[in-house]
Design a protein around this ligand. Sequence first.
Ligand SMILES: [Zn+2]
Ligand SMILES: [Zn+2]
Length: 337
Amino acid sequence: MKSIICSKPKEFLQTEAPEPRPGPEEALVRIRNIGICGTDLHAYQGQQPFFEYPRILGHELSAEVIDAGADPRLKKGDYVVINPYLKCGECIACRRGKDNCCQYMQVMGVHCDGGMRELITVPTENAIPAEGLELDQMATVECFAIGAHAVRRAGLSNKDTVAVVGAGPIGIGVIQFAKITGARVIVVDLNDQRLRFCKEILGTDATINATKCPIQSLQDLTGGDKPTTVFDVTGNKSSMEAAFEYCAPGGQLVMVGLIKGRLTFDDPHFHKHELTLKSSRNGTSEDLQQVIDAIRDGLVDTENFITHRCGFDKIVDQFEAWILPETNVIKAMVEIN
Ligand SMILES: [Zn+2]
Ligand SMILES: [Zn+2]
């Protein structure tokens, strides 16, 4: 079977690999779609911290079941979403249902080999039936689950006014799931094209260009109150530190994006406003299921979200182009037929 290995930064090798054999409690699946995200592009460029090469990338996957093993939920020919988070099931996080931050988490395509190959084996519980979804929609589920999880962490209601700082692919997920709760959603980003997308396609209530004094604009848009919940989805240190100032008194800040390093904030400001600071990592199986249901119910836009497509044989050429900002990629989708 064909397999594409990222052998070192800036190098893909196309190889023939032997077909994998499923072990007990594993399913054999044929990969059909691979969503490409920042993690893949950064790994290819050599900018992903702690990344080890060689590695087979690809963690946003839809697949067809070839051999379902003994799992009664699955049968040959079913289309499934692959949950790429391989959890230990035994650590304190897993025991408390917080498998998104399992102590021994292995993310397929990051810590172990992923889906840029024709066939893979996965624990049967990581193959999630998603009837009613198209194969390309299934490959957006993991990406949206990160946004859905952040929104679940925040516990939003229709009384909240939310600011989402950073309208990349993950931010777009946060925006869509925040809107589902009925909250009022304001988007802050540097890129006017992204802001237009949020306004016109996602129907956000307001947008602010981050270069234009966002604190003042947030106050103006909320009658002086400022947002009750702020999500930072930038992975940018100065943005993350500035976001403390965007929250209403008694509000909360959810850090979805992350950096390699330390953040500092003004403790008197933090205490005076009794802010709540939360991090949000990956998504749980519950979040993945919520995304599948929301896409099936037409609550999430996937059509405009997928901006670029290519076949499996073209990945190697396309990666260089997708890195360039002028390509305006939101979500690129690889199709294996
Ligand atoms: Zn991803
Ligand atoms: Zn665990």
